[in-house]
Design a protein around this ligand. Structure first.
Ligand code: FUB
Length: 358
């Protein structure tokens, strides 16, 4: 056998040297995905998913990202969203229904631009959509819109909620009590306030940010009134402390609050989770009251593809789920897609950090 093989090999080599190479076509291997979870919605871009269980289903209230000509800057001007869609699913892993436009910018009398991350609550058969938008003076306020159905359409109140400022509202419900959390630095404008008053002349992402060794800016919380369309009290700052009981410092970029506050309760403890912004984590802290103080514990979610990181946490039929977004579909920061995955707790109540990338 060997004596045949060698001459054929030599001939073959000579032939291959003198002829132009022909490409050998093999079946293309599907490229392995670097992402651990799949986008929930592929028909439009979605971000900042706030999930709740209403009427036995999971309802998701995300931002609706769109292509824009607006140039990217550190104030987030390129997040130029103009409406909200609501989505629902019967169960995790089930089909996701897009219920269409639930609220439009043009139907909010006080709003000028940028419908950012919303949240929702249900009370006595009515549904409330809380949303941030810049008013006609380009200052973020938080509005509320009401509907008889979880998917809307929602009708916006004529004015923003008195006493609110900044953005990223999230509602935490405990029994008959509802708390509105809010706030965010840089594009969220929280650094422009002192004692909850807008300081004239502050501009840009860092004007008003404390120095690195000072206490970081913190999110705010206020109980909602019985009408759900007004605050029942003056907002209070939620303190986030380090392991020594000291407030997290403004220069502690891996742990300090940036935006996207969310609250949930697990095994009798309150969990406050939030984005660290320019370090891109979803961090969390635990406490014994919704008002805090909270003590930093670690990360819920490692950085995702894309600049922003924003999430929600919800319990459904005895399991906990994390909703978040990344930019798998577009590769572009302002065009995001929402995802979900199960969230696991360790026996000591710590959260197992989720990785969106392999
Ligand atoms: O979607 C606009 C903004 O980006 C949100 O309000 C922030 O939390 C960040 O995700």
């Amino acid at each position: 056998m060997k004596s045949f093989v060698v001459p054929f090999l030599v001939l073959g080599l000579a032939f291959s040297c003198s002829q132009p190479k022909e490409e050998v076509k093999t079946e293309a291997e599907p490229e392995a995905s670097k992402f651990n979870h799949k986008p929930l919605v592929e028909t439009i871009y979605t971000a900042d998913p706030s999930a709740h269980v209403f009427e036995g289903k999971i309802y998701i209230y995300p931002s609706h990202d769109i292509e824009t000509e607006v140039a990217e800057d550190d104030m987030g001007s390129h997040f130029d969203m103009k409406d909200y869609h609501v989505f629902s699913m019967e169960k995790p892993g089930g089909a996701v229904t897009d219920h269409g436009v639930a609220l439009k910018l043009e139907d909010v009398a006080w709003a000028g631009r940028q419908l950012w991350a919303p949240d929702a609550a249900a009370k006595d058969g009515k549904y409330y959509l809380y949303f941030p938008a810049k008013d006609k003076n380009d200052i973020f306020k938080i509005g509320v819109a009401v509907s008889d159905r979880p998917e809307g359409p929602f009708t916006a109140e004529p004015e923003p909620i008195a006493g609110t400022f900044s953005m990223d509202p999230a509602v935490f419900q405990e029994g008959n009590e509802y708390f509105l959390l809010f706030g965010g630095i840089w594009g969220g404008q929280l650094q422009w306030y002192e004692d909850q008053k807008l300081i004239e002349g502050r501009k840009g992402p860092t004007d008003g940010i404390p120095t690195a060794d000072q206490k970081a800016l913190m999110p705010f919380i206020a109980k909602l009134g019985a009408s759900m369309t007004e605050l029942d009290e003056k907002p209070k700052e939620i303190l986030i402390l380090d392991e020594n009981g000291e407030p997290i410092k403004a220069g502690d970029n891996n742990r300090r609050f940036f935006e996207a506050a969310w609250m949930h309760k697990y095994n009798g403890k309150y969990y406050l989770s939030y984005s660290t912004g320019d370090t891109h984590f979803i961090a969390y802290a635990t406490g014994d009251s919704p008002y805090g103080p909270f003590t930093y514990q670690g990360n819920v979610l490692d950085p995702v593809e894309g600049w922003t990181n924003h999430h929600s946490i919800v319990e459904f039929e005895g399991k906990w789920y994390l909703f978040y977004h990344d930019t798998e579909l577009s590769g572009k920061t302002p065009l995001r897609n929402i995802k979900m995955t199960e969230l696991k707790y360790l026996p000591d109540g710590k959260i197992e950090t989720v990785k969106s990338l392999k």
